[in-house]
Design a protein around this ligand. Structure first.
Ligand code: F6P
Length: 324
């Protein structure tokens, strides 16, 4: 194995740089040339890449974003687009590919893998944590901490004014960020895409809780079936006579910032493991974490199950309702 290509793809996630650093350092330590394609699959199609050296990854473990750039590329969803990328990889003499990204990137990696004989390893990097086969994705922990920090601040003003706040967090199709940050910030309720939301019940629930509390936080995942947070606010307002409501959208602040120690460690371990797997001749697999252990499973399994709600969600909701 002489050359390993690397991309970061889809929405950036804190810890992607730590993973790039780990892949590059592992490659260099084993005499392999690491090639970084710019802006995910776009760089592969357009043949934009850099041959990475040790200096490129100095001082990046603590940086959010990705030094390689990232993108969501529509052309790569087509066979013609992928054919251009495969041709470029072959001309460059790439022997293995490491793809760090979320569910869309995994679908790209799976398609690519079935259309070329270059081995592919996928690493879960997304703040959403919505990849089957891993209990944590790179970036999730940092994003959760960003949300909890913001909600703590919102709680100060909510408490001072005796207001109820709806706080929208990211998660277009998944409620992982919403669920876990709801627990960590002592929220009164949480709305997630995996559960049907009932605004009337939410109003009753909030009113019953507000007999003993002067302020409440409701965490709303952006992909909730009742609509965006503004829409939910407008539906809730007429049902909450006598209460003052506000809403706040945290948005892309959740994707940036210094990665937490947890994300740096997870990213480093997964990055090192990806190169080892390629050297062992593995292909078409993703790396997942289960507690402290890393494992592999076919990328296809993750792709097919990515959108399924998980049992843990329901357990988390139970915990939230018990301690709020
Ligand atoms: O990276 C995943 C994610 O953060 C989703 O939670 C969110 O819906 C989406 O990306 C936003 O993507 P974009 O930055 O392309 O608008």
């Amino acid at each position: 194995m002489k050359k390993i290509a690397l991309i970061t793809s889809g929405g950036d996630a804190p810890g992607m740089n730590a993973c790039v650093r780990a892949v590059v350092k592992t490659c260099l330590g084993k005499g392999i040339v690491p090639i970084g394609y710019c802006d995910g699959y776009s760089g592969m199609i357009e043949n934009r890449f850099i041959s990475l050296v040790s200096d490129d990854v100095v001082n990046i473990i603590q940086r959010g974003g990705t030094i390689l750039g990232t993108a969501r590329n529509d052309e790569f969803r087509t066979e013609d687009g992928r054919a251009k990328a495969i041709k470029n990889l072959k001309v460059e003499g790439i022997n293995g590919l490491v793809c760090i990204g979320g569910d869309g990137s995994f679908r790209g990696a799976r398609a690519l893998s079935s259309e070329m004989d270059i081995p592919v390893i996928a690493i879960p990097g997304t703040i959403d944590n919505d990849i089957f086969g891993t209990d944590r994705t790179i970036g999730f922990d940092t994003a959760m901490n960003t949300v909890v920090d913001a909600v703590d601040k919102i709680k100060d003003t909510a408490g001072s004014h005796h207001r109820i706040f709806l706080v929208e967090v990211m998660g277009r199709d998944a409620g992982f960020i919403a669920l876990e940050t709801a627990i960590a910030s002592g929220a009164a309720s949480v709305l997630i895409p995996e559960e049907r939301s009932n605004i009337k019940l939410l109003a009753e629930d909030l009113k019953s809780q507000n007999k003993r509390r002067s302020n409440s936080i409701v965490i709303v995942a952006e992909g909730d079936d009742a609509g965006g947070v503004k829409e939910i606010y407008e539906k809730l307002l007429p049902l909450m006579d006598g209460y003052t409501l506000r809403y706040s959208i945290l948005g892309h602040v959740q994707r940036g910032g210094r990665p937490s120690a947890f994300d740096r460690i997870l990213a480093t371990r997964m990055g090192v493991f990806s190169v080892e797997l390629l050297l062992e001749g593995k292909s078409d697999v993703m790396i997942g974490s289960n507690g402290d252990a890393l494992h592999t499973l076919p990328i296809e399994d993750a792709v097919n199950a990515a959108a399924m709600p998980r049992l843990e969600n329901l357990q988390v909701i139970k915990a939230l309702k018990t301690v709020r």
